[in-house]
Design a protein around this ligand. Structure first.
Ligand code: NAD
Length: 260
């Protein structure tokens, strides 16, 4: 029996089989969780239906996190399938492409800043708030995905780094708020992985090469490795862990000046 047997998990953020959320769904399915999924717009629903079929689920619900009514509606609809659930995976991030290239200040506008923070950080707290009645008192777990650009200045990551810093603070405040009712909140800081979101970052291939040459493991990580860590963090095996950022990055974040 898998270590997530009996758990119900809502997985957001599947866009393709390369999505980190796909790796998470795969690991959670293997460990016995029942899954439900979200899609962001009608033209992308087929892709999420494909995931649901692959992982034995028939719950596929719409949610564009820029719309308050869709966040509310998601949990109203989910409540018609499940009287409660245990795991919320927030694998959602976006910043306009022109903000993810070149100099930070060149791509900086009030609008780009607002979009990046709204979709990539505010949505975590908004979903946690709307999910609260269904998650309360079950010993459940919320997990989001962040990146090292939250803490270090990295080329091209720019306003997304600010949004991820906000997201990581969000994890700590949510963990403190929801801890008394038994819900844990954590983040995984994943190393670079070639996904559709990542391809929006200028020179992403160079980032991958740099990690593969320098990380302690001398390679990048896979969605399977992130998925396995996510399954652990959302399981009862991690019942004492909350408010944390866990790195799944082949050790890259531990480096200082190397290779000299
Ligand atoms: P992806 O493109 O497969 O997934 C991004 C997801 O965000 C998509 O499913 C997309 O539909 C969703 N999304 C965007 N706008 C949305 C909206 N308005 N409403 C609802 N959903 C919306 O890419 P990914 O790399 O799997 O990204 C998942 C998460 O992992 C993101 O938060 C990303 O920042 C983070 N992350 C990625 C990497 C990487 O290198 N790929 C590294 C660290 C963290």
């Amino acid at each position: 029996m898998g270590f997530l047997h009996g758990k119900r998990a809502l997985v957001t953020g599947i866009l393709s089989q390369r999505s980190i959320a796909w790796g998470i769904a795969n690991a959670m399915h293997r460990e016995g969780a029942q899954l439900a999924f979200t899609y962001v717009e009608e033209k992308l629903k087929d892709r999420v239906d494909e995931a649901a079929t692959a992982f034995g689920s028939n719950i596929v619900l719409k949610c564009d996190v820029t719309k308050d009514a869709e966040i509310e509606g998601l949990f109203t609809d989910l409540g018609k399938h499940w009287d409660g659930f245990d795991i919320l995976i927030h694998s959602i991030g976006f910043a306009p492409r022109e903000a993810l290239a070149g100099e930070f200040l060149d791509g900086l506008t009030r609008e780009n800043f607002a979009i990046a923070h709204d979709i990539s950080s505010y949505s975590l707290a908004a979903m946690a708030k709307a999910a609260r009645p269904l998650m309360k008192g079950r010993g459940g777990s919320i997990l989001t995905l962040t990146y090292l650009g939250a803490e270090r200045a990295l080329a091209n990551y720019n306003v997304m780094g600010l949004a991820k810093a906000s997201l990581e603070a969000n994890v700590r405040y949510l963990a403190y708020n929801l801890g008394p009712e038994g819900t844990r909140v954590n983040a995984i800081s994943a190393g670079p992985i070639k996904t559709l979101a990542a391809s929006g970052i200028a020179n992403f291939r160079k980032m991958l090469d740099h990690v593969e040459e320098n990380a302690p493991l001398r390679r990048s990580v896979t969605i399977e490795e992130v998925g396995n860590a996510a399954a652990f963090l959302c399981s009862d095996l991690a019942s004492g862990i909350t408010g944390e950022v866990t790195y799944v990055d082949a050790g890259y974040n531990t480096l200082g000046m190397t290779g000299i």
